[in-house]
Design a protein around this ligand. Structure first.
Ligand SMILES: Cc1ncc(COP(=O)(O)O)c(C=O)c1O
Length: 421
């Protein structure tokens, strides 16, 4: 089987050369070329519409990264953007004081998210996870934190420790998703000093297979938090408004004390939330200063209200689950045809194709297979990130998903032929 023709990325590469002189590393954080496959993926995009992206060289893709998660409906969703544009044109959005949208949005979140009795609105997921930890520490008068999952780029939780004094993270301990024994051991040692257990309620560890909770895992964590008097925080930045309108807590039926929401709720506009029990949330008003010039900017509130209205009105999540489950069944059937170590994990709204290391422990072969697979996909016009799970959004049609199954099939056939075991 012939490899698919390489993309023309001339403009992307030119812009990147220029960016290297202007911006450290050319592009910050998770969007840097080394997080994809250098020389194969575009680095700059021109536009998005529905589930499609066009890069600066004019290559078109069916997208499965969805802006790293916020795009739940689709790019340039007119109803949402029009609501925002109306506000810009008619009333303005950056005023001295708060515009009334925050109350309406808080009411909606309290209605939908089981743990939410009050809400505080911020801008990014990192803002909100950090605020949740500060609330838990202020409320309990304790310092230690148990964490499981990616919670953003702030001092207490980021993986790369450059520039961060150890004292800012030395009280933070990590446990693995679905490893209740590990958390129990940690709590035996530190439980009486633990302010918070923060975790993603659905397992999406970096670069690894996604995991649903083992029976009893979420209930076990809940019980440990209660036993030791720690605040249980669910980081639902990726899962809320995606797994269900009430997040993974609504889906799995275990309720935390605080929840952090973000990504999917405003179809791309920057807003995040800490929501939770009233007594805990009141700590935010009495003991903490949580503020930013831009937290009051009303555009993301309007976008969130409109996005949630559409999610409810058009039963968007039912649509995503139904077509996603049909799609994943087909993807699994395709994966089963090939002996290349490919594995499918996750649930219909968010899934990941990873490659396992063979029995001989050959990591190089796994790397080559992964690289060849995602290279084939991007060349064929399917935007999957090699190191990050995929999302399905409302605007993916059955036809888009059918084409994607076909492309995955051809790409795996190529991998099998080029990198047999
Ligand atoms: C689970 C989770 N928590 C927190 C964050 C941080 O959010 P942000 O990148 O908006 O700061 C992310 C971002 O990917 C996330 O996935």
């Amino acid at each position: 089987m012939k490899e698919t023709k390489k993309l023309n990325l001339t403009k992307s590469l030119e812009l990147f050369d220029e960016a290297l002189k202007l911006i450290p590393g050319g592009v910050l954080g998770a969007r840097k070329p080394t997080d994809f496959i250098q020389g194969e993926y575009p680095i700059f995009l021109e536009e998005g519409k529905g589930c499609r992206l066009i890069d600066v060289d004019g290559n078109e893709y069916i997208d499965f990264l969805c802006g790293y998660g916020p795009i739940i409906l689709g790019y340039r969703e007119e109803e949402v953007d029009n609501a925002v544009i109306d506000q810009i044109r008619n009333k303005g959005f950056c005023l001295d004081l708060t515009q009334p949208f925050q109350n309406a949005l808080a009411k909606k979140i309290i209605e939908l998210v089981p743990s939410a009795e009050m809400c505080a609105f911020l801008k990014t997921g990192s803002d909100a996870t950090s605020a949740s930890i500060r609330i838990a520490r202020a409320h309990t008068g304790r310092v230690k934190v148990m964490r499981c999952g990616y919670h953003g780029w702030h001092e207490w939780c980021v993986e790369m420790k450059g520039g961060i004094p150890e004292k800012l993270y030395e009280d933070v301990y990590e446990f693995h998703y679905n490893d209740l024994d590990q958390l129990e051991d940690l709590m035996k040692k530190h439980g009486d000093q633990t302010a918070a257990i923060i975790m993603t309620p659905f397992g999406h560890p970096l670069h690894q297979k996604m995991q649903e909770p083992k029976p009893g895992f979420l209930e076990g964590v809940r019980a440990l938090a209660d036993k030791y008097g720690a605040v249980l925080v669910y980081d639902e930045v990726r899962t809320c408004f995606r797994m269900s309108l009430g997040g993974a807590q609504g889906y799995y039926g275990v309720t935390p004390d605080l929840s952090v929401l973000g990504k999917g709720m405003a179809n791309g506009y920057a807003i995040s939330v800490v929501a939770g029990k009233r007594d805990l949330m009141m700590t935010a008003a009495s003991k903490l200063f949580i503020s930013s010039t831009f937290f009051g900017n009303s555009l993301p509130y309007i976008a969130a209200l409109k996005t949630i209205e559409i999610l409810e009105r058009d039963k968007v999540l039912d649509n995503i689950w139904a077509k996603g489950e049909r799609f994943l069944k087909k993807v699994q059937a395709v994966i089963d045809k090939y002996d290349v170590g490919a594995e499918l994990s996750g649930v219909a709204p968010m899934f990941f194709i990873t490659f396992r290391v063979g029995e001989d422990g050959n990591r190089q072969l796994r790397r080559e297979r992964r690289q060849a697979f995602f290279t084939e996909l991007i060349r064929k016009g399917f935007f999957f990130a090699p190191h990050h799970h995929a999302y399905i959004c409302y605007r993916h049609t059955e036809e888009d998903l059918e084409k994607t199954v076909q492309a995955i099939d051809e790409s795996l056939a190529y991998v099998q032929e080029t990198y047999p075991g």
